[in-house]
Design a binder for this molecule. Structure first.
Ligand code: PMP
Length: 368
């Protein structure tokens, strides 16, 4: 008996997408909004849920949500698809485009789910390293796209975990270099003030993905949306599972849209905090904090071991993301921007962690 032999070899080869379960008083490892929606808004959603029968399915087409998303994003409702987190839409999009041997151009390092799902579907990830200063190398992306005849090219803008973004003229170059889909993952767009939505009209191969998990403060309820031409949306919709967005999440997403002024203020403060943190870290010896357009940034440890600093921060109650296994980032941790208080705790813990690591370094090298 070897039932496992029936699992696709491409799947047997890869490891599951996971995140080690760790908790900490200062949790700045998942790029979430450190503030929540106001309690009054949460109660409004709860009240709505209480009068609705839970035994009944949600709407087959979450029309009220899609129409709210259309007004919110400035794109037409028939070009919008809501999902159970943007992850689900990444999956649906790749399901309808990728089969054995399909080429998908994926910069690296980037959000790992794209290459992971491409592998599961039997596709081939054509990896294009980021260029100088971890910026997108548009020429290399265009070349890879054309040479491989890629069905899909993925660009996260701002990119996770580097915080770098793709300028609009570069994106247009990518869209024009062939008819393969160009997916712009805008999970963090609110923190950059940039969006590709105005290009949708002009580029029928452009697909934009957005999420409510970051700036919109709804990671726990799972909602994301895809924007593209109605034709592409119609095709991706075929791979969407029925009733994928539950009624509670639909109501919460609509409430978050109604409260967008509150959320925009949070985004403004987070961007301010990001810049304050980066400025403070400029003066700290032994680290380089990379500029970022998102609600996180890379912290490069110039001498100390990043893993040792990660553990040392954790012992001090601060949980960041270890990204040392990503290509090019073997000396880096990823730090999400938290509340001002959390950021102070982080800075303080980092100072102590670096001091501790420095002592270990001198012990290792036998220097005083
Ligand atoms: N895209 C990017 C670039 C991300 O960083 C993340 C979350 N880490 C996602 C998509 C997934 O977000 P969601 O919670 O909407 O599934």
């Amino acid at each position: 008996m070897d039932p496992l032999r029936h699992v696709k070899p491409a799947v047997r080869q890869i490891r599951a997408y996971t995140l080690a379960a760790r908790e900490a008083p200062v949790k700045i490892n998942q790029n979430e909004n450190p503030w929540d929606l106001p309690e009054a808004v949460k109660r409004r959603v709860l009240d709505k849920a209480l009068v609705r029968p839970w035994a009944r399915y949600p709407d087959f087409d979450p029309r009220e949500l899609t129409e709210a998303l259309a007004r919110f994003s400035g794109w037409s409702a028939d070009g919008i698809l809501a999902g159970n987190g943007s992850n689900e839409l990444i999956e649906a999009l790749l399901l309808v485009t990728v089969g054995p041997g399909t080429k998908v151009v994926i910069p690296e390092p980037t959000f790992t789910l794209y290459a992971h799902l491409t592998g599961i579907l039997g596709g081939v990830a054509i990896r294009v390293p980021l260029g100088e200063d971890l910026r997108y190398d548009t020429t290399a992306l265009v070349e890879a796209r054309q040479r491989s005849g890629a069905a899909v090219t993925v660009v996260c803008s701002p990119n996770n975990p580097t915080g770098t973004s793709l300028a609009r003229p570069d994106l247009e170059r990518l869209c024009q270099a062939g008819d393969g889909l160009v997916v712009v993952d805008e999970a963090y767009h609110e923190f950059s003030g940039e969006t590709a939505v105005p290009l949708l009209e002009k580029h029928p191969n452009l697909v934009i993905l957005r999420t409510f998990s970051k700036a919109m403060a709804l990671a726990g309820l799972r909602v994301g949306y895809l924007l593209s031409s109605p034709e592409i949306v119609g095709e991706v919709n075929k791979a969407r599972l029925p009733y994928n967005v539950n009624f509670f999440t639909q109501a919460a997403a609509i409430a978050a849209i109604e409260e967008h002024a509150v959320l925009e203020e949070m985004v403004r403060r987070l961007v301010e905090e990001r810049e304050r943190l980066l400025a403070r870290l400029e003066d700290l010896p032994g680290v380089r904090a990379w500029p970022s357009k998102a609600n996180f940034f890379l912290l490069e440890l110039l001498a100390a071991s990043p893993k040792a600093v990660f553990e040392s921060l954790y012992r001090r109650g601060v949980l960041v993301r270890d990204v040392t296994s990503y290509p090019m980032l073997s000396r880096c941790l990823r730090v999400s921007v938290g509340t001002p208080e959390e950021n102070e705790t982080f800075l303080h813990a980092l100072g102590a962690a670096l001091g501790e690591a420095g002592m270990n370094l001198s012990a290792d090298t036998g220097r005083a």
